[in-house]
Each structure stands twice: as C-alpha cells, then as structure tokens.
Design a binder for this molecule. Structure first.
Ligand code: NAD
Length: 508
C-alpha cells in the first residue's frame, strides 16, 4: 500500500487500495476472507482486502493483553494519556479532508455529513481527554478505623464492533474512551465500510509510536461478523465488548458474553417516533421531520421513521411534508447540492425496496417515492427516493420494524394517551422528537415516551457531553458524557486500616 507520510497526510488518498489490516501494531495481510468495499454512488469496487480471520484475532488479542499490561501504558499518568488523545484529535483534524472523502466514497454519504462526522470524531477524542484529566476517584465515608477508597482500573482488552452507517464517529466513540480508560482495543469495522477504520488505525498507530507507547494497543480487524466479530467476542483475553449494530446481532453477542460473565455495551436499532402536536410550529416541525428521516438517507439508528401528527393537522401537515420530500435533491455524496445520497450498498437498497413492497402489500398508500430515481445519473448507484407511506395500522410490519432507509410512515393521533400508547408500542426505545409550543406538553411527553434521547423542537443533534443510548431492545449502557470512560473500567474498593491496635482476633 502506498501511504503518504508524514503527519498531516497520514490518511491515504481516496483512491488507495488497502491490502493490510492492523494486528496489534503490525500492518499485514489478513488470513481471512476477502472484504470488498464498493462506492455506492457508482458501483465501482474501491478495495478488496484480505480480512482478519479467527487466528488473526487470537494473535491480536494475545498481543493486546501484553500491551495493556505493559507498565509504559498501565502506569502512564492520566494527563499523559490525555495528551495522546489530543494528538490523535489533531491528526484527525489534519487529515479531515481526506477522511471525509474516504468516508463519502466508502459509505456514499454527503460530504457535508462526513466532514461533520470527522470533526465529531476529533471532538470525541478531545472531550474524552478533558474528562480523563479531570476524572476523580472517591474517598468514601469510612465506618470504622480505616480509610476507604473507590478506584477505577482498566479492564484490559476491549472488543469494539461497529456498523457501517457512521463509521468514523462510531469508531471514535469506542476507541477514545477505551484507550482513555487504559485499555487496548480490537476494532472490528463493518464489512461494507472498512476504509475509515483502517485510516483511523493509521492515525492512532502513528500517535502511539511517536509517543513511545506500545503499538499493540490498537488492532483494526475487518472481516465478516460471524467470523471476525464472533472470534473477538469469544476470545478469553477480551474483557468487554462494546457493540453498535442491529438488535439481533447484539442479542447474540450478549448471550455469548453471559457465558463469559463479560460486560457488554449495546447500541442497537430503533424505530423512533417524531411527534407533531396540535400547537407545533409548522416550519420547525417540517424541517425537523424531514431532516430526522431523510438525512443520512434514513440510515441512522435514530432516524425518525414513525411520524405521529395530531389528527386535526394531519392532512395539511402530511400533504406539505410530501411536497417537500419530493423536492429533496437526490444525488451523489460528492455533489455539494445533494441532500439525499445513495444507500450504503446495492444489497441494502434492495432490502429497503423490499420493505416498501411489503408495506404496499399490507395496504400502505405510497404518498411519494417508493422506487429508485430514474435517469442516467442514478443508473449505477444504490439510490432510493425519499418515501412517505400512510394508511397503515400501527401493527403493520412497516410501522414496527427498522427499515434503515429513507422511508417514513405517517400516522394520526387523537389525544395524548393515544399518542403515547402508539409511540411506545414498539420493541425499540432509542430516540424521539417532538414539536410543541407548550413547555408543559413537552415535559409530559418527554417523560412518558420510552426513549434514551428526546429532542424537543429539534432533532438529531449531538453533544459529546450528553450520554447516549437506548431503552428496551435499543440497547444497554450509555456512551459519551462524563461516565463514558467508566464503561471501560472496573471498580475496586480499598480499605486502608488506621487503627493503632490490631483487630480483636490478633492474639487468638
Ligand atoms: P449488524 O448488526 O449487521 O453489524 C454490526 C457489526 O457487527 C458489523 O461490524 C458486523 O460485521 C458485526 N457482526 C455481525 N454479526 C456478528 C456476530 N455474530 N458476532 C460479532 N459481530 C458481528 O448491523 P449493521 O447492518 O452493520 O448496522 C445497522 C444497524 O446498526 C441498525 O440496526 C442500526 O440501528 C444500528 N445502529 C445503532 C446505533 C446506536 O447507537 N444505537 C448506531 C448506528 C447503528
């Protein structure tokens, strides 16, 4: 592989073809099945690389355990680990344009979005560094002749398994706190989008080497989930798995983790409600609902994919929404005018199309979209038009299952109780957006809806300092926030005797 060095251009140009994976600090060809990544705007193959197999994972895990236990890392003071995180952030920012281009090629996403994701990844490293430097252990109140301390220690080796929809942000959200907490990390990106994780691997590897720290602290191991991901979860040296992906996969990982009595964090799927109350500001609500479902082409765990509108406003609001959805600009992620880019892969586009066909067979009215766009520009890409469905009962599969594409289901509601009953009638509980001018309504609804995050008069806004995670089948645990690092540590209690005389049994 040709990579332009040094720092500032650690990230390869978008036309590079990686043929190596990162096994505990060593770049080499994997022993596993080929991993092919395709530009979904053109169908062109970007790279085919030999992925990591179970033996590669085994070696990475063993060497990661050694690196994690190395006193050069284990005893590194927090402010020095924080410096490493700041350096990684700086290298990400230096390579922002290339990382952004790489992610647009790999995922199809719009440049504006991938640039935001890249800066969000750098911000995650910086925020985590700040938390790390200011995190305190506790002197707990003693109830005898001793001083009691509660301290946090690294777990050792963390398996971090990520999906394809926002790779650099998901990767950073796991790698930054796991390293900050003093661990080594095995990062397994999704099969369809390995390029950004490998580029991040290059950056972290460079920063570790430059700081004289064990290079084995990070591995980047692309490969099929059932092989590479499974080997990470099962490996005895791996002390925790942090997973973002589908609920079915997460449930399987949790089962394996139970056998090892291993902690897991699970960021899973969603079917999030967006709610337009009777008194909502129309413009704000329209913009929020459109952005909530059609940005990222709906390929977002927090996509607002079920729209509930107060019955008195339903016809007018949905009519206007449909008009605006028709006008959204569909095109390649490289075109600055594009609002709705192709889906990540042709196979995923077909999956989304299958759901719309299913909805039709369930009696849905397709108010707009419901097909790939026509024309030469779209011929080779994995495009699908922004789609609004209605006329379905809430029990329909299109209302209950995560479609993960630009497909919105609209439903009316009669009153607050009817709304809450419908909105909570799902196995998921990830996010919710609601539009109202009444603070009292916002407060009541925000507390009654099952969701880890509720946006009021806005949608899909994020902050590193605000915890994120799901309820119900949407997951377990929280990422981000001051406690984000704690998810990668074990707590230990110390009792330090201060009595002048021995314990009563000393003489027996
Ligand atoms: P997925 O579950 O198919 O795959 C996610 C990752 O798990 C990939 O790296 C995959 O290779 C790996 N994997 C698959 N089978 C595995 C196994 N048996 N053992 C270990 N690893 C395995 O999900 P996806 O299709 O890549 O991503 C889309 C899903 O991710 C959606 O459901 C979406 O809602 C969810 N998601 C959730 C969040 C969140 O924060 N809650 C964020 C983004 C995406």
């Amino acid at each position: 592989m040709t990579v332009e060095e040094p720092a500032g251009h650690l990230v390869p140009a978008p036309d590079y073809t990686p043929d190596e994976v990162l096994v505990a600090g060593e770049w080499r060809r994997g022993n596993g099945a080929p991993v092919e990544t395709v530009d979904p705007a053109t169908g062109r193959t970007l790279a085919v690389l030999a992925g990591a197999d179970a033996a590669d994972v085994g070696e990475a895990a063993r060497r990661a355990a050694v690196a994690a236990a190395d006193p050069a890392w284990r005893e590194l003071p927090a402010h020095r680990r924080a410096r490493l995180l700041h350096r990684i952030a700086e290298l990400i920012e230096d390579g922002a344009d290339r990382l952004c281009a790489l992610q647009t090629a790999d995922t199809g996403k719009c440049r504006a979005e991938t640039l935001a994701l890249v800066h969000s990844a750098a911000g995650t490293f910086r925020y985590t560094a700040a938390v790390l430097e200011t995190a305190e252990d506790a002197v707990t109140p003693a109830r005898g002749d001793y001083v009691t301390l509660s301290v946090h220690e690294p777990i050792g080796v963390i398996g971090a398994i990520t999906p394809w929809n926002s790779p650099i942000a998901s990767d950073a959200q796991k790698v930054a706190p796991a390293l900050a907490a003093g661990n080594a990390v095995l990062l397994k990106p999704a099969e369809w989008t390995p390029l950004v994780a490998l580029a991040l691997g290059r950056i972290v590897h460079h920063a570790l080497t430059e700081a004289g720290l064990p290079a084995g602290l990070l591995s980047v191991l692309p490969g099929p989930g059932r092989v590479t991901g499974d080997a990470i979860v099962r490996h005895p040296a791996v002390g925790k798995v942090t997973f973002t992906g589908g609920t079915r996969t997460g449930r399987g990982i949790a089962r394996l983790a139970a056998d090892k009595v291993m902690p897991v964090s699970l960021e899973l799927g969603g079917k999030s409600p967006t709610i337009v109350c009777e008194d909502a500001d129309t413009e704000q609500a329209l913009a929020g609902v459109l952005f909530g479902i059609f940005s990222s082409s709906g390929q977002s765990c927090i996509a607002g994919s079920r729209l509930f509108v107060a019955r008195s406003r339903y016809d007018a609001f949905v009519g206007e929404l449909v008009d605006r959805a028709r006008k959204l600009r569909v095109g390649p992620g490289t075109d600055p005018d594009t609002q709705v880019a192709p889906l990540v892969h042709h196979a995923h586009r077909d999956h989304v199309a299958g759901y719309v066909d299913l909805a039709r067979s369930e009696g849905a009215r397709v108010r707009c979209g419901g097909a790939p766009p026509e024309g030469e520009r779209y011929r080779d890409g994995a495009y699908y038009l922004p789609t609004v469905l209605d006329g379905l009962p809430h029990s329909a599969r299109a209302c209950q299952e995560e479609i993960f594409g630009p497909v919105l289901v609209a439903l009316p509601f009669d009153d607050e109780d009817d709304l809450v009953a419908q909105a909570n009638d799902t196995v998921y509980g990830l996010a919710c957006g609601l539009w109202t001018r009444s603070a009292a309504t916002a407060w009541r609804l925000a507390r009654r809806i099952d969701a880890g995050t509720v946006w009021i008069n806005t949608y899909k806004q994020f902050s590193s300092s605000t915890p994120f995670g799901g309820m119900k089948d949407s997951g377990l645990g929280r990422e981000k926030g001051r406690d984000g690092i704690r998810a990668y540590q074990r707590q230990k209690s110390l009792y330090w005797g201060t009595a002048a005389t021995p314990l009563p049994w000393a003489g027996s």
